[in-house]
Design a protein around this ligand. Structure first.
Ligand SMILES: Nc1ncnc2c1ncn2[C@@H]1O[C@H](COP(=O)(O)OP(=O)(O)OP(=O)(O)O)[C@@H](O)[C@H]1O
Ligand SMILES: [Mg+2]
Length: 358
């Protein structure tokens, strides 16, 4: 079992700093998922941990030992890439056995390790095939198998499922989750996929432009985003943001826009100040006129069968996305009465920080 700690990691390529003082801790046996927009430094951070990229300053601790100057081959970590990176001229067996053969490991032991990993990943029947005779999902299993046989201290995954089609991703996601349960290793996993992040992670770290924006358990990030960036990044479709003015009224505040005037329970706002109200599509209900907070016009709807998304507008709101469970037939231009769930309102001050979290 392995604990990985990053302390004040900075990384520049030539004159350009791309990682600006990252601190994070992956507890032994935990599954940490790194998310963030393209170019924010996810792969760079993973490669830094693997030893494929040198840091400009900071410390990388694996089980308490500083490894910044230790080459990748001696860190005992295994990395699995999006592109699989299999040797095309070698059989599946050979691909998985290769690193162990290089270590001059006993043939019998290699065979046992490869067979047991192949069984775990359900690729026993393909061991004699070349990678090109495998599907994308099978190739990715081989790449994972190649990592498993080395008994690494930790697994590093860089978007391993992003080349697979939607159905296979779901299958592989479940398999990765049960793999983590079975082998219990420390895992660091980069993904763009919200569902992968929410379902696989013990802890999600949201990176923004080379900084850690927030780290925490998946539902904690969903329920209590610390700033407007994390609020907009976690959740799909994303949170709606609406500019409002806080209007003090006998000790409590009304949240006002041209489209609505909400009585809120918020106490510590500044009278007459502008905030951004955040409300997720799933926290807006379709209701009747009497109970409604606002009226909107529907631009279009997405009818998914089990659920419906409305894309709406009102006086001062360009687009408001509303989630509705089940089916709801509606035409472009129709009106809807909506109500915001009071316990699911987020407020952000002008610097983007949440004022509803504490
Ligand atoms: N070898 C390099 N030389 C110079 N700049 C680089 C190099 N590798 C990455 N960068 C820059 O570092 C930043 C972070 O890149 P990185 O690949 O870590 O992003 P990422 O979060 O993995 O993005 P994506 O989601 O697109 O894979 C980017 O601005 C990128 O252009
Ligand atoms: Mg990347």
């Amino acid at each position: 079992m392995t604990e990985i700690i990053l302390k004040d990691i900075f990384k520049s390529y030539d004159q350009t700093e791309v990682i600006h003082g990252v601190n994070l801790k992956v507890e032994s046996g935990k599954f940490l998922v790194l998310v963030g927009p393209s170019g924010c430094g996810k792969s760079t951070l993973l490669r830094i941990i693997a030893g494929l990229e040198r840091i400009t300053s900071g410390e990388i601790l694996i089980d308490g030992n500083e490894v910044s100057n230790i080459p990748a081959s001696e860190r005992g970590l295994a990395m699995v890439f999006q592109s699989y990176a299999l040797y095309p001229h070698m059989s599946v067996f050979k691909n998985m056995a290769f690193a162990l053969e290089n270590l001059k490991m006993d043939k019998k032991i290699i065979e046992e390790k490869v067979n047991s990993a192949a069984k775990l990943l359900q690729i026993e029947d393909y061991l004699q095939r070349k990678p090109k005779a495998l599907s994308g999902g099978q190739r990715q299993r081989v790449a994972i198998g190649r990592a498993i046989v080395r008994d690494p201290k930790a697994f590093l995954f860089d978007e391993p499922l992003s080349n697979l089609d939607a159905e296979l991703r779901v299958t592989m996601r479940k398999e990765l989750s049960s793999l983590h349960e079975k082998i219990g290793g420390t895992m660091i996993y980069v993904t763009h996929d919200q569902v992968e992040a929410m379902t696989l992670a013990d802890q999600i770290v949201v990176l923004n432009n080379g900084y850690v924006a927030q780290a925490g358990a998946p539902l904690n990030l969903y329920n209590n985003p610390s700033d407007i960036f994390v609020a907009g990044f976690i959740g799909s479709p994303k949170m709606n943001f609406i500019k409002i003015t806080a209007d003090e009224n006998a000790g409590s505040f009304n949240l006002c826009s041209d489209s609505f005037n909400l009585k809120s329970g918020h106490k510590n706002l500044k009278h007459n100040s502008i905030y951004t109200l955040g409300i997720r599509p799933e926290h807006i209900e379709v209701t009747n006129k009497e109970d409604s907070d606002l009226i909107v016009n529907v631009d279009f709807s997405e009818q998914l069968g089990s659920e419906t998304y409305f894309y709406c507008n009102s006086k001062d709101i360009n687009q408001l996305i509303v989630h509705h469970t089940g089916q709801y037939k509606i035409n472009k231009g129709d009106e809807l009465y909506l109500r915001f769930k009071r316990d699911s309102l987020h407020l952000f001050s002008e610097d983007g920080m949440s004022v509803t979290n504490n």
